[in-house]
Design a binder for this molecule. Structure first.
Ligand code: FMN
Length: 366
């Protein structure tokens, strides 16, 4: 039987040579917001290492406070030529690449001594924790336009797709979350569909900017950095209410972020071996999905930030689920930080050559 990770997958006009997606990972190696040749070479190594689709680190749209770290890349102005180089290098390495377009909203970077002015739906980092300012109507409209401009720039620069960061408690997710969205306008309401209007408006504007054939991915998560146990949707019905409008607005792929991909989303309905978040998203929305979270590693990434090391782990369970069609594509994060050749090694069965991850790996661009 062939390894299902290495079957091609077609997304609109784009054919990925395999199912491996490099997960977006902030590296903070772009001083002044500008990605340099070292960043381009880093992505090229992953292309040469056989990754099916690279999603770049989160990259800031043109709004003050879209990023809260000076070394995180922008996706506008003086940063765009650097991104052009990233595309050229990735394509020279026979890879495909999408930028992750990001606005952090009121997410706090505790190491940033000079935080820019930050904005969010209601000026809250989390319930009871005010941070930055609440967005006026004109700020919301401008942020939507800035996402669309960035998507148009991505297409013009030759990227193969775009991803919107709608997960992990950043701006778009701060609109989804009742804990941070207390607005009294059309961007809030009792239902998740109402709180999803910001994301849907961005998707519509992005779709308008890139046309019907360019793949648009949105990353979503139930969990938030502010509250790991939170669930935006507590039932399949709520999930339909959440995801349906995103797909109708132009999302081609749902990138479903979990910290551990094997965790069932609604075990009360289909048991401890039940469908994961991506599995339910696929079943309920009908569009292709990416799963992610501790693929090929023993520990998960938040504990990894805290200093816990992870060792290579079996991917048999992942392959069985992929074979059954629970999800279509597989996001791989830290394993690709330590090893640009992870995909080639897995393809060739060189499992003994896979590497450990620990946070010291974040200090360099290998
Ligand atoms: C160093 C690092 C930076 C990350 N930055 C981002 C980011 O910019 N955007 C995002 O959506 N997720 C980000 N993540 C989450 C990863 O995309 C991924 O979901 C997570 O690491 C789980 O995958 P893994 O267990 O294979 O590492 C980051 C993770 C790490 C380890």
């Amino acid at each position: 039987m062939t390894n299902p990770l290495f079957r091609p997958f077609t997304l609109k006009g784009l054919t990925l040579p395999n199912r491996i997606v490099m997960a977006p990972m902030t590296r903070s190696f772009s001083p002044g917001g500008i990605p340099g040749d070292d960043v381009a070479a880093y992505y090229r190594r992953r292309a040469e290492g056989g990754v099916g689709l690279i999603v770049t680190e989160g990259t800031g749209i043109e709004r003050t406070g879209s990023v809260n770290d000076d070394a995180v890349p922008n996706f506008f102005g003086a940063a765009l030529p650097g991104w052009g180089k990233v595309v050229t290098e990735t394509h020279a390495g026979h890879g495909l690449i999408a930028p992750q377009l990001w606005h952090v909203g009121a997410a706090i970077n505790r190491e940033n001594k000079n935080p820019p002015e930050q904005e969010s739906p209601s000026g809250l980092f989390k319930p009871g924790k005010p941070w930055g300012k609440a967005m006026a109507d004109s700020d919301v409209a401008d942020a939507i336009a800035a996402f669309a401009r960035a998507a148009a720039d991505a297409k013009r620069l030759g990227f193969d797709a775009v991803e919107l960061h709608g997960a992990h408690g950043y701006l778009i997710d701060q609109f989804f979350w009742t804990g941070t969205n207390q607005r009294e306008d059309g961007y809030n309401g009792a239902t998740i569909a109402e709180r999803g209007r910001f994301a849907a408006d961005i998707l519509k504007a992005v779709r308008e900017a890139v046309g019907p054939d360019f793949p648009v991915i949105i990353r979503i998560s139930q969990w938030k950095q502010q509250d790991y146990g939170f669930k935006v949707a507590t039932s399949p019905d709520e999930m339909i209410e959440w995801l349906g409008p995103l797909v109708d607005a132009g999302a081609d792929v749902l990138h479903c972020s979990q910290r551990r991909f094997w965790e069932p989303e609604f075990p009360e309905l289909d048991g401890e071996e039940g469908l994961n978040f991506a599995g339910w998203a696929k079943k309920l929305s009908g569009v292709p999905v990416i799963t992610v979270g501790s693929v090929g590693l023993s520990g998960e990434f938040i504990a990894g930030f805290g200093g816990e090391a992870s060792q290579p782990a079996s991917i048999d369970n992942l392959l069985e689920r992929l074979e059954k069609g629970e999800f279509d594509l597989v996001g791989v994060g830290r394993a690709l930080i330590v090893d640009p050749d992870w995909a080639l090694k897995v393809r060739d069965g060189r499992m003994g050559e896979l590497k450990d991850f620990d946070r010291s790996a974040l200090a360099t661009l290998v």
